[in-house]
Design a protein around this ligand. Structure first.
Ligand code: UT7
Length: 339
């Protein structure tokens, strides 16, 4: 059975850090309000000459180095972003050129804050065809460019960054079915590493609660090129579907919440993370939280958190990691993997 497995992680954050205190000097907000409502303390902001493909390049190089894989070995690039360098070519193609490679497949996935989960599921499905050997899957965003900095209800929530993983094709036992034989036992914990299952959903009827409702026509911008959000509606929707898709992923693998070693939800708001963990019956100590340091980096938030917790030694081999994404569209999804 062909499957895919994460063999390296990497991430990148722009050097410029914007704290809540610095924001409070520019607009009518406060560190207290932002921390109490969101848990966010600071965010990173890309330099004017840094684009999504640049952030993705740094994260990809770190992931390749961690994996011990050379760029020339990559034959598939799937890049999740809603803030691409340009309308086309895709940022994945621009990244491929910056990596100095050619010939493999490269394309972007646009599912806003669920982007990385969508990209990982897509790359995994392609790897299972047996046509690809090594894939780079990246979430990279420069949301600072689509924020209305006069709207305190949204601009304090987001930041820029990138996270990446290298997937390797493996052949042998099927991860899901071999795990099913005795999950929770010592042998299943040491079952083959890989992506066990992924679960993707969307409901376009909620497109207006989180959107950038602008377009370009004949050289002019029509509508607004800035992020618009109904925060309360997004909050309620996010908590409900993260719990639902998390349970769906566990059920598909006959696993219980106790068997999850690390929960990595999209880092939107610490209250959403806490509520999701509570609804799923997973203790807060098993939730990877980066939203305090990075704010909401949309498609980059899950791979950034995954890389951080891998590099600081929390995520180790033989563990079950549940990634849950939710974002504009509305889109949501989950990926369950064994490290
Ligand atoms: O990837 C998904 C992206 N989006 C999200 O995850 C957002 C989900 N939603 C949320 O995180 C929360 O709804 C927010 C953090 C956006 C807002 O929290 P809330 O508890 O729902 O606050 P609220 O919208 O009810 O606003 C409360 C008050 C309002 O004042 P009034 O009308 O009660 O006088 C706002 O004007 O807070 C005010 N406010 C602020 N005050 C200080 C809104 N933004 C700010 C601000 N600083 N930055």
């Amino acid at each position: 059975m062909v499957r895919s497995r994460v063999v390296g992680t990497g991430s990148y954050l722009p050097a410029n850090v914007l704290t809540n205190q610095a924001l409070a000097q520019r607009m009518d907000t406060s560190d207290e309000w932002i921390v109490a409502r969101t848990g966010i303390r600071q965010r990173h902001i890309a330099a004017d000459d840094e684009f999504v493909s640049d952030l993705a390049l740094h994260a990809s190089r770190a992931a390749l180095e961690a994996a011990g894989v050379r760029a020339e070995q990559i034959d598939l690039i799937v890049l999740a972003t809603s803030t691409p360098d340009m309308i086309f070519p895709s940022s994945a193609c621009l990244l491929q050129a910056k990596l100095g490679i050619k010939g493999g497949a490269a394309f972007d996935v646009q599912a806003v804050c669920s982007g990385f989960v969508y990209a990982l599921a897509t790359a995994d499905a392609l790897m299972r065809t047996g046509q690809y050997r090594y894939a780079l899957v990246i979430g990279a965003e420069v949301f600072s460019r689509i924020l209305d900095w006069s709207d305190r209800g949204t601009c304090v929530l987001f930041g820029d960054g990138a996270g990446a993983v290298v997937l390797a094709r493996e052949e042998g036992l099927d991860v899901a079915s071999s795990g099913l034989a005795g999950l929770g036992t010592a042998s299943s914990r040491h079952g083959p590493p890989g992506i066990l299952s992924s679960h993707l959903h969307a409901d376009g009827s909620y497109s207006d609660i989180l959107c950038v409702p602008g377009t370009v026509n004949a050289g002019k911008v029509y509508g607004t090129p800035f992020l618009r959000m109904d925060g309360g509606a997004v909050f309620k929707f996010a908590v409900r579907v993260l719990d639902e898709v998390g349970r769906e992923a566990l059920s598909a693998n006959a696993m219980t919440p106790e068997q999850v070693d690390w929960l990595i939800p999209h880092q939107a708001n610490v209250r959403i993370l806490d509520a999701t963990a509570k609804r799923m019956g997973i203790p807060e100590s098993k939730v990877v939280v980066t939203v305090d340091q990075h704010a909401n980096t949309s498609a980059a938030s899950i791979p950034l958190a995954f890389d951080l917790a891998t590099r600081d030694g929390r995520i180790r081999g033989g563990q079950h990691v549940l990634m849950l994404g939710v974002g504009g569209g509305f889109t949501w999804g989950g990926v369950l993997l064994r490290t």
